[in-house]
Design a binder for this molecule. Structure first.
Ligand SMILES: N[C@@H](CCC(=O)N[C@@H](CS)C(=O)NCC(=O)O)C(=O)O
Length: 306
């Protein structure tokens, strides 16, 4: 190679190697900044969570649920189910009104001596073990199976129909029961449109949803017949779920089929069942003093503790 050519090649190599080094340094910086940001946000999240960690009284079940409304103890059937169970079992509990979701991103949930438990059914099973309870001990295996099937029909089928009627078709009627801004309603509506579509019921017409709701209630009514509780004279665990779901069905907006069902008392035995459970456990069902939303830990009610 000529000395001039060699000189040029060396120069080019020098430029490209400095370019390469600059690029390398830049990508190292990008990675470092990225890692730094992720670590910092992780730390901030932990600090924030720790700061938010609340101290609750010992040996008291803290029931985290949506704020109550004037006409009923809650807008969630699962919360009513759970609180009725707590009252029936005379367990020491305190309600915390909140919009904070459980680690499973659902509500209600409980905290008990630092332990967090999610899902109303798992909570009941957890408390059954902790406090040695069993409201199903008088049932045969066959009755247990029927009770489970009935509960799943209401909680996994009827519930979604009711979600659809309240949030997707409810609009201003729902906002009369649950005071909220139009924008907040719209956000929840959008969420419920998606969830009911994924679940499946959201793909049906309103008439079909009405039919599903009606058929489920009829099945419940037919099975209940003249019985006091689902399986006879003695209450079983599924009765809490049934009561929660009937209570929920009675909070539906005025423009929906449930209003006609209730007004015309199409299922008088369901009405009687609802009134019976309500009078047994809920002297404070209606609370004219409520200002929705009320947040925070509520005082423990002494007449429901053992
Ligand atoms: N299987 C759950 C169901 C709870 C549930 O669906 N809660 C509703 C309120 S009624 C909820 O948290 N919805 C919020 C969402 O799905 O994002 C239980 O029994 O607790």
């Amino acid at each position: 190679m000529e000395p001039r050519e060699r000189c040029l090649t060396e120069k080019q190599e020098g430029i490209s190697s400095s370019c390469y080094h600059r690029k390398k340094t830049m990508s190292q910086w990008t990675i470092a900044v990225g890692v730094g940001l992720i670590t910092a946000s992780g730390l901030l999240y932990i600090i924030f969570r720790q700061k938010k960690k609340k101290i609750y009284p010992e040996n008291v079940i803290i029931l985290h649920q949506f704020p109550r409304i004037r006409e009923a103890p809650n807008i969630s059937p699962f919360a009513i189910k759970l609180e009725t169970f707590l009252r029936m079992a005379k367990l020491p509990y305190q309600v915390e009104y909140t919009f904070e979701m459980s680690p499973k991103h659902k509500i209600p949930w409980i905290t008990y001596n630092g332990e967090v438990v999610s899902d109303s059914q798992f909570i009941i099973e957890y408390l059954n073990k902790k406090f040695n309870l069993n409201f199903n001990s008088h049932l045969t295996d066959e009755q247990r199976s029927i009770a489970r099937a009935m509960q799943k029909m209401l909680e996994e089928n009827l519930y979604w129909g009711l979600v659809r009627l309240r949030w997707v078709y409810g609009n201003s009627y729902t906002r009369k029961i649950i005071p909220m801004l139009a924008y907040q309603y719209w956000l929840i509506k959008r969420r419920c449109q998606r969830s009911t579509y994924s679940q499946g019921i959201g793909r049906h017409t309103l008439a079909e949803v009405n039919q599903i709701v009606m058929d489920d209630l009829k099945a419940l009514s037919d099975f209940l017949g003249k019985k006091k509780f689902l399986m006879g004279d003695e209450l079983c665990e599924t009765d809490f779920a049934i009561f929660g779901m009937i209570a929920y069905s009675r909070q539906m907006p005025e423009n929906c089929i449930l209003k006609e069902i209730i007004d015309d008392d199409v299922f008088p035995n369901i009405t009687a069942y609802f009134e019976r459970m309500k009078s047994m456990y809920w002297p404070d069902w209606f609370d004219p003093t409520v200002k929705f939303p009320t947040f925070g830990l509520q005082p423990q009610k002494s007449h429901f503790t053992s």
